[in-house]
Design a protein around this ligand. Structure first.
Ligand code: BES
Ligand code: MN
Ligand code: MN
Length: 465
């Protein structure tokens, strides 16, 4: 009989096995702090979360633990650099979470986590506190069994990823020396549909704007003035309708100019992936898949840019009817970008186009709410290869490589500022409901993910920097 090789050192496994309950309680503790970066009233909670993480990092064995002073949503930095000759790896995760509304669609309170059907339910369980926590626990397994890590680690845990990562964009270049490393690992992505392990090799970029349409100085009687003045609500609807045609093609001049086309090889590669429309219909509750004409679903999320309304408001939205021409109307609109679209150029093109299509009689302002650049990485380097190997050894199936449709605004800067294309090793189930009600993390993904990280560190620690 062939002996089954354990995926990780049995001593680590024993430590992890013995600490399972305690680990879950600690995970819950982290989830209970409502670290919503978008809402200023939660700034203190963000700082409290950073301090919780910093205390944990020190307790486990990390050194030089720092919560960046003077910012509402600080970065937590910590390192352990006593493995001379071994590589140094930066680990990036974020501890902030998305707002919880619409709150009435949650089955339970978002910040009171619990386990149901093998999943941890709660805001941040998957995106991204669960993954951050998993890194702390993997490190703890090494520290508590051996008193050391197999390699050098620098933790960078951000607190405003969900709000366009403003502070870290200055912090990263300012800390170039301190952040010297051989590789960067980001754990903030998900598995492929059907919970198939996957390494993410692309992220889309982002431009986020708010469109404010202003008309009459105040709400007007729609009988007395209807037919006399432009209605900001109608004007906004017209503007939004002009942004895409019926085939889902964005109408902003120049929008697609810099888009790198899908090659026939990439097309074939995507066709070979077991993508199931019905699985997406199940997850989303949508009645059919819709998107840019001429492209498959995986091309549309991985290789093509998009434009979406995130919210619209204005005028009377209460119960019953009120006959007015509202004084103003608003929309939040975002574009997902792909190589080689430049967020700055796309913002300008979008702003100019909105001004151009706006009907006369209203004034329109397009405000820039944040940018992020797209990123595509290879899998040739040793860390990506080791990550694929560790996924396979711990989850027991060959991992896919995939382009994620989401964005991590700072990801591209690890390459352009620090010189290391990040390895995006995330563990979230594709049906995690990230950003939505009833967010969840499959507990076995979290548990096995810890083993994946242990195996990866062990493997990398055996190499010379
Ligand atoms: N973890 C996601 C990014 C992600 C999602 C990557 C799915 C790959 C697949 C991240 O927390 C996120 O949601 N980012 C925001 C960024 C935005 C606020 C600038 C996003 O993508 O909407
Ligand atoms: Mn995230
Ligand atoms: Mn997110």
């Amino acid at each position: 009989m062939q002996a089954i090789e354990p995926a990780i050192d049995p001593a680590l496994e024993a430590q992890l096995e013995a600490s399972r309950d305690q680990r879950l309680e600690s995970y819950f503790e982290l989830l209970r702090i409502p670290s919503i970066s978008a809402l200023p009233e939660h700034a203190a909670d963000c700082r409290r979360t950073a301090e919780w993480i910093a205390a944990e990092a020190s307790r486990i064995g990390f050194e030089n633990v720092e919560v960046t002073p003077g910012v509402p949503r600080p970065i937590v930095y910590a390192d352990w650099l006593h493995a001379p000759g071994a590589p140094t790896v930066i680990v990036y995760c974020h501890y902030d979470v998305q707002p919880v509304d619409p709150i009435d669609l949650w089955d339970t309170a978002p910040f009171e986590p619990f386990v149901r059907d093998g999943r941890v339910i709660g805001r941040g369980s998957a995106d991204d506190k669960g993954q951050l926590h998993l890194h702390l626990r993997a490190a703890e397994a090494f520290f508590s069994t051996r008193g050391r890590l197999p390699l050098n680690l620098k933790l960078v845990f951000e607190g405003e990823e969900e709000s366009s990562s403003v502070f870290i964009k200055d912090w990263l270049p300012a800390n170039r020396e301190r952040l010297k490393a051989d590789a960067v690992v980001i754990s903030d992505t998900s598995f492929f549909e059907g919970n198939r392990p996957a390494l993410t090799v692309g992220l889309r970029g982002m431009v986020y704007v708010q469109i404010d349409v202003t008309g009459p100085a105040l709400d007007l009687h729609s009988g007395g003035y209807g037919g006399l003045v432009e209605n900001p609500g109608n004007a906004l609807a017209r503007i939004i309708a002009e942004l895409k045609d019926r085939d889902g093609v964005v109408q902003i001049p120049g929008f697609y100019d810099d888009v790198v086309p899908v090659t026939p090889e990439q097309h074939a590669e995507l066709e070979a992936m077991p993508f199931d429309d019905n699985e997406i219909l199940r997850i989303t509750g949508a009645s059919r898949l819709v998107g840019e004409k001429g492209y498959t679903p995986l091309e549309r999320t991985g290789y093509r840019p998009t434009l979406d309304v995130n919210g619209m408001w204005g005028g009377f939205t209460g119960e019953g009817s009120k006959t007015i021409i509202p004084g103003h109307a608003h929309a939040k609109v975002s574009c997902r970008l792909v190589p080689n679209q430049d967020p700055g150029r796309i913002f300008e093109a979008l702003r100019d186009y909105v001004r151009q299509v706006a009907p006369p009689g209203v004034s329109v302002e397009v405000r820039d709410l944040g940018h992020g650049k797209p990123l595509v990485v290879g899998t040739d380097d040793f860390v990506a290869q080791a990550a694929l190997e560790a996924l396979e050894a711990t989850f027991g199936v060959k991992p896919f490589t995939q382009r994620g449709g989401g964005s991590i605004p700072v990801a591209e800067m690890f390459e352009t500022v620090l010189g290391h294309a990040p390895v995006m090793l995330g563990f979230t189930n594709a049906d995690s409901n990230a950003h939505a009600p009833n967010e969840s993390m499959v507990l076995s993904n979290y548990e096995t993910g810890i083993r994946t990280i242990c195996r990866l560190w062990e493997n990398l620690g055996g190499r010379t920097a």
